[in-house]
Write a protein that binds this ligand. Structure first.
Ligand code: 8OZ
Length: 373
């Protein structure tokens, strides 16, 4: 029987184990430039025996317009590429693998974070009922998102190109690949769901139109760096950031069927409400993840299947037995740099300190302890 601790080949990536560090926003990159503290944090979690077989970076803005939170890193400038390089070097020297999560927040932003204080962009001019994080006087403050403006169709090729450039930059910075952030109510998810997309052009209306931007982004990123280095994160029923669609099963079945044409590295599914209940539903029926997986395989899809949200050792073993290939852990990896070792040994897990999640310094970031060797 396959266990979490067995190696696996995922597209172009050879992973030492199947325990993945989920992407985690930590707001410790002032000026959108990554730094040495972040190198320590990722390197602490990179050991092939005690840490993650694959680290997915915190969500990283593909452009200034893509930013929606204070002090999150970016990957649009040469300065950012240069600043990420020592981080990927350090992870690799520790024996780890790391991909970058590529992020455009769309409407989940604030004019304070946008170029020239402009309105955030979205499929349609509908304000998200959600909060973003601004840092005021060094203290994180949750604040309502600003009213967005609808993107005109002529702007969409530029956004696809921003993803393409970000993927190229990530590889230049030494990342092993990228994960496109298609989840949690951000731009690509906003386009996919009718709750946030009321467009009347070829990017709105039927599912084929709403999925168009995501599929164009995936094509561009795969063309740029090779599909075997590309993953995608989806969250079919999450209510995060005011995401809503009445027919998620139909929507995401279409999406994964279309993606089967690329030999992607992995598909990453957040099951239920992000960071919350696993049995959350949207629309009129419980979401059937096994049916989604099967539809993808029947369409010829070869990517590794990664599951996430509230997993522990028992649930993870069940998932592997049920056909999943990888399990991503978020908050447990924040508080347990040696999570893989602890799962293998059945050791107790340290609980996460929620007050140090977003912003701050080394405390609650690089000062979580490992078990004695
Ligand atoms: C928590 C706080 C800010 C951003 C996501 C990138 O939900 C995020 C995020 C999470 O995907």
């Amino acid at each position: 029987m396959t266990t979490l601790f067995d190696p696996i080949q995922v597209g172009q990536l050879s992973l030492a184990n199947r325990v993945v560090m989920a992407p985690l926003t930590r707001n410790r990159a002032p000026g959108a430039i990554p730094n040495a503290l972040m190198a320590s944090y990722y390197t602490q979690r990179a050991s092939p025996t005690a840490g993650a077989g694959l680290i997915i970076s915190e969500a990283t803005a593909i452009s200034h317009q893509a930013q929606g939170y204070a002090d999150v890193p970016g990957i649009w400038s040469d300065e950012q590429v240069a600043a990420w390089t020592p981080i990927t070097d350090s992870v690799h020297n520790a024996g780890g693998k790391i991909v970058m999560q590529l992020w455009h927040v769309g409407r989940v932003s604030h004019t304070d974070l946008q170029p020239d204080g402009q309105a955030p962009v979205a499929p349609s001019a509908i304000t998200a009922k959600t909060k973003t994080v601004l840092i005021k006087d060094g203290v994180p403050k949750f604040q309502d998102t600003s009213a967005p403006r609808a993107l005109v169709i002529e702007e969409l090729p530029g956004i696809v190109n921003d993803y393409r450039r970000a993927a190229r930059n990530a590889i230049a910075a030494g990342f092993d690949g990228v994960e496109v952030h298609g989840a949690n109510g951000y731009l690509l998810d906003q386009f996919m769901r009718s709750g946030s997309n009321q467009r009347t052009d070829s990017y709105g209306g039927p599912i084929e139109n709403r999925a168009r931007l995501l599929l164009e982004v995936m094509q561009a990123v795969c063309d740029e760096i090779g599909a075997g280095r590309v993953g995608l994160r989806l969250s079919p029923v999450t209510p995060a950031n005011d995401a809503f669609d009445p027919q998620p099963q139909m929507l995401f079945t279409y999406v994964v069927q279309q993606l089967a044409q690329h030999q992607l590295a992995y598909l990453h599914l957040i099951e239920g409400a992000t960071g919350g209940t696993r049995d959350h539903t949207q629309g009129d029926a419980p979401f059937d993840y096994a049916a989604l997986h099967q539809a993808y395989r029947l369409a010829g899809g070869s990517a590794a299947w990664m599951v996430n949200n509230g997993y522990d050792r028992v649930l993870a073993d069940q998932a592997l037995a049920g056909g999943a290939d990888l399990v991503a852990f978020g908050r447990p990896f924040i508080a347990n740099p040696d999570l893989t070792r602890r799962l293998r040994e059945g050791a107790a897990l340290t609980a996460v300190d929620r007050t140090t999640l977003y912003g701050g310094d080394a405390h609650g970031y690089t000062d979580y302890k490992t078990l004695p060797t």
